[in-house]
Design a protein around this ligand. Sequence first.
Ligand SMILES: [Cu+2]
Length: 109
Amino acid sequence: MKKMSLLTVIGILSLTLGIMSCSEKPADQSEESQTTQITEAQLTIHGMECGSCENLIQTEVGNLEGVEYIKASAPDSSAVVRFDAAMVDTSAISRAIEAKGYKVIKYQY
Ligand SMILES: [Cu+2]
């Protein structure tokens, strides 16, 4: 009886440790490093006239998945956008802006 229960305890312990070490590995290491491709671009945008134009573009582009940062400037007819090129591309950004009636002229990197 004593031997049996000791073996059972050891069995449970090693099973628990096995599960723990197993669940640690895949989650932490692999995900983050490979799949991000942070890119920063300056856009020339025609049609912005005031602060609410800036806000609208910032909201629309900022809502796209993969866009980290956007700052639009009506006086400069430009915006700076930082995005993960692995998740979103410039044509999706342009579509979001042009859907609101503005015109994307170019991207500079
Ligand atoms: Cu405006």
